[in-house]
Write a protein that binds this ligand. Structure first.
Ligand SMILES: Cc1ncc(COP(=O)(O)O)c(C=O)c1O
Length: 467
């Protein structure tokens, strides 16, 4: 099943009235389109109007799974343009860690707004980005910071720093990886071929990630001895890309878009060791996993491993665009003019980011996230007992994936999408990832009651989708 097509709401919705849409559906004739069209009955007239106009004017390259038109939000609740309320179990893809409309973040943005929004931090100096950099140093232990605006830019910056420092131009990443969609980061991305076809790439070798539920090497953990990680040395460095030509290995601590895949503890230790032994830099892409999403500030801390470079974005800006590349001063010693941008260190984004990190730190998020994550996984394991389509429940902290499978354990993207659609009707927001996975990445401020209510609704969605 073509996930990009499933996700492309615009293709189906480029029309105004449900009746017209339904006529169109019978022409197209797939179950999924009918499903998708049916969802329009669950949103109000204002939403339909906006979707129609949006589909006419916006590039269709974004993939929307269901017709949500947002209007306002608070904590873990999103209200749509017609006044319907949804429990947000995805946080704008792991962005709103401090919750929607967090009062401390709002106050910091308002205060900065009254003073100044933008100065061109690449040209001048200012206090908000400096304060944020010091906070990042304290939270991460890295002594140097580079600011940008998004995940893909943080990864691009890391690629450039690795090239610049090593004077090598080969890269390594992992199958199922997602590191962004600009051309450098896209070379590392290896998630869905649609994202890469027709686009040129840097020289990049891909190695197997520890996807134990579907081991690519058909081995069993722990007797496998983490053979997948060892392939870096045994296969890639011997047959494809010499360490002498490799600038860096890029890895996600937990794979995100690729399917919320949590590797066993030894995986990152092994990868780290191989990089050290071969004098190759290790870059941790914490764009999705960072900012306490999995418990500690950086997810790689869960594995007792430190990378030379870490990339942050998403939750870092608390809803405003913000990315960062972190490294130690011995590594990030490139000279003025070698890399920069217009909006990195933006004053509003910096103020929002600092307020959000201070809030998350003060609320002791590491502990809270671990507790809530265990609670949520426990509840999902209970559901797994009654719903054989849930093949695997996995996650770290509040980054939890459910792999939806057929009775023979093969992937089942159609059922996965039906479940997400039914969940939308039940007024909970979920998103797909990987081939057949539902992701849960709620705001970290979600309450136990909201989790309970969300999972009650999710159970109803599962029942309807699998009836
Ligand atoms: C691990 C990871 N890296 C990089 C990116 C790209 O981030 P952005 O969409 O902000 O460019 C993403 C986005 O989902 C991501 O999950």
């Amino acid at each position: 099943m073509d996930q990009e097509k499933i996700g492309d709401f615009g293709e189906v919705l480029g029309m105004e009235k449900p009746e017209k849409i339904k006529a169109q559906v019978s022409k197209q004739g797939t179950d999924l389109d009918e499903e998708k069209i049916g969802l329009l009955d669950f949103v109000g007239p204002k939403a339909r109007e906006i979707i129609e106009q949006d589909c006419n004017i916006m590039s269709a390259c974004a993939a929307r799974p269901y017709p949500l038109v947002v209007d306002s939000a608070k904590g873990s609740i999103i209200r749509d343009i017609d006044g319907n309320e949804y429990i947000d179990l995805v946080a704008g893809i792991a962005v709103m860690n401090a919750g929607h409309s967090n009062p401390e973040v709002e106050a910091a943005i308002s205060a900065q707004l009254k003073k100044m929004t933008h100065c061109g931090y690449g040209d001048f100096f200012a206090e908000p980005p400096l304060k944020l950099a010091k906070k990042l140093e304290k939270l991460s232990g890295y002594s140097k910071v580079f600011f940008c605006n998004s995940g893909t830019e943080a990864v691009e910056a890391a690629i450039k720093l690795a090239f610049w420092k090593t004077k090598r131009q080969g890269l390594i990443s992992f199958y199922n990886a997602f590191h962004g969609r600009t051309l450098g980061s896209l070379s590392l991305t290896c998630s869905k071929v649609r994202q890469k076809e027709h686009f040129p790439a840097f020289r990049t070798a891909h190695s197997h990630y520890a996807y134990c539920y579907r081991c690519p090497l058909k081995l069993e953990y722990p007797s496998c001895g983490i053979e997948c990680a060892k392939e870096l040395e045994n296969l890639i460095f011997r047959r494809d890309l010499s360490p002498e030509d490799t600038a860096a290995v890029f890895v996600e601590p937990v794979q995100g878009e690729g399917g919320y895949i949590v590797p066993p503890p030894e995986f990152h230790e092994e990868v780290r060791q191989i990089c050290t032994d071969n004098d190759v830099l290790l870059v941790s892409d914490e764009v999705q996993t960072g900012c306490f999403r999995t418990g500690p500030f950086l997810a790689l801390e869960n594995f007792g491993v430190r990378a030379e470079i870490s990339c942050l974005a998403k939750a870092l800006g608390a809803g405003l665009p913000m990315g960062a590349m972190l490294a130690d001063r011995e590594l990030m010693d490139w000279p003025p003019g070698v890399h920069s941008n217009t909006f990195g260190g933006n004053l509003l984004s910096s103020a929002a980011s600092l307020a959000s990190l201070e809030f998350l730190e003060r609320e002791n998020m590491e502990t809270r996230v671990k507790e809530l994550g265990s609670y949520m996984k426990q509840r999902l394991w209970e559901l797994q007992d009654n719903f054989p389509c849930i093949g695997d429940v996995r996650g770290l902290g509040l980054m939890i994936g459910l792999e939806i499978v057929k009775p023979d354990k093969s992937i089942d993207p159609l059922t996965r999408d039906k479940i997400i659609n039914e969940a939308f009707k039940e007024k909970i927001l979920l998103l797909p990832c990987g081939d057949s996975v539902i992701r849960f990445s709620p705001p970290l401020v979600i309450t136990n009651e909201e989790i309970d209510l969300g999972l009650e609704r999710f159970e109803r969605a599962l029942k309807k989708a699998t009836a």
